[in-house]
Design a protein around this ligand. Sequence first.
Ligand SMILES: Cc1ncc(COP(=O)(O)O)c(C=O)c1O
Length: 661
Amino acid sequence: METTSARSLAVLVGDLATDRPPRYAALAGRIRRLVADGRVPLGTRLPAERQLATALAVSRATVTAAYTRLREDGWATARQGAGTFAALPAGPHRGAWVPGPADDDAIDLAHAAPAAPAAVPAALAAALEELPRFLATHGYHPAGLPDLRARIAARYTARGLPTTPEQVLVTNGALHGVSIGFAGLLRRGQRVLVEQPSYPNALQAARALGARVVPVALDPDEPAAWLDAAERTLSAVRPAAAYLMPDFQNPTGVLLDAAGRERLAGALRRGGVPAVVDETVAELGLDAAAPPPLAAFGPGLLSVGTLSKVAWGGLRVGWVRAEADVVRRLTAVAVRTSMSGPVVEQLAACALLDGLDGSLQAWREQLRERRSVLTAELRQRLPDWRVPAPAGGLVLWCGLPSLRSRAVSSGFAPLLVEPADPPLGLGSLAEPALAAVPPPLEPPVPPAAPARAAPAEPDVIWAPGRSTEQVLALVREARRQFPDRPAVVVRAPAETLVALASEHDAYTTVDAASMSAAVGPLPEPVGSIGVLCGAGGDLAVAAEAAFAARVTGTAVLRVDDVGGSRFRAGLSGDALPEDADCLVVVAGLDASLAGLLGVLTDLPIVAVPTSTGQPGSFGGFSALLTLLNSASPGVVVSNIDNGHAAGVFAARIARRSHRRG
Ligand SMILES: Cc1ncc(COP(=O)(O)O)c(C=O)c1O
């Protein structure tokens, strides 16, 4: 466990007098930033309140209140009798992507959720005037208020897709509509084709039904390649459904033109694949209006819309547009969980739709202005970022040259935090998922090996940030505590490896490709793993995984550069070492590989996102999101660039399943 002394934390915190009072909130804010950018590593024990108060020359009550604030906000946890430890807010649930509470200090760039325009209170006032008409009835309208269905239908007709009110089901927002669409189309184990990246909550909704997500990479610089790949995947994989955003796709902003819609609808029709088409921002074209809805180009398509982005998310009014018989079936699905939408909000929605053309004009004008301010500032201040100007929608999807870029480490690192609830807790708190954080001012104190029951395999000792002497001391301690198993040292410079080999000459196994060493007797291998990697740039991480697995007690069948394109084209399982007990997939350049492999094999997969070759994105962070979004059941996702942790974990799975099998 890392600790930080009161003195060194006080240095990192700096002068609180320059911050807005109250003092305790300023202190909590400073510590929160230090945790977010990694200078106070996760799991670090914070100093005792009295000591920190002395070091900062503030009252103890100030520190107590600051720690309380940190705990309440999830940036620290308290363990009875042990102290207060740095943590990341757990967020809601894994994969859920919801706006956090408003924070005066931070601009939340993760959510495209506008504040309500003046038209919203006016519409609600108008709704209250209308309400008496409905009060004498039961108030339930499972498919939506007839007046609202008629207005939504008229809007589709005006956009080029003739629609009757019977073809409209009113929902509690777009996500509800998407979920109802999925519930109508997908069964457990079936596949759903999605763009990658995509809207995480929709993918979670598909997974909640037991569906397998099949991602097709969408590169905003090469949208045509997506169409090619989608056509191939539709015919090769034959998914049960697709989830698509042809209108200013979230998050890439890509707009599919009319010819592209023709092609896509044709491919869906030929494959007999129905689709849920999320049109959440379809009416927010800033440079040009979107072509007619995708459903105008082919049959079997459910269009989902919402007032959340053209008016206000707080209304919770959305809809699904489909054939009338499909709407009847979907209404039956909807009433399983909610009998009807609220009458007042639906009446307000009618008023908003009546004035929508006018209010949209003003809203688009504002969005154009915001887009130009934001893009100009970003281009000027962060010249090495790729800053697009999307033709519509609410999202700017920027490309970072590298997580190590000057701009990231100097200015933006505090904004980058690990996604909520990392799916695979490998216990290596000393190795944050985002590697490009500024270094601590003082080298971390080498943690003493904790006394505990003998673990199943050795801990991995990370060399970066530690001197050779510190690594040697940790290895000695590990060898003393666990003489019958090796201590594994990773990412060590050559001189540390040489020093290890000289001190423990009879016992040291060194792997040059991964700059790693194992000191001690290697265990008899039980079971085996296969290591696959999608591209040459990831070979070092693949070597790390192979090494860690071998020295922690399993055989390694092969390290293979399988080439993402080969997999994509063939979608064949021939190259898989099916006699392995577990696969490690290192997939930076081709992050969706793990998802595809998950479809092809029942073997458990440990996927490692990497930051190599990710120039147009948040480096490994983007690969991590890709994997989280695309992982099938049976795929677990490791930390970014952490081949060793993946190797240890895969070896554990392999040994267990080999013994069982
Ligand atoms: C693509 C997409 N679909 C659905 C939603 C959810 O919309 P609603 O608030 O209408 O449920 C969002 C919200 O950001 C979104 O971006």
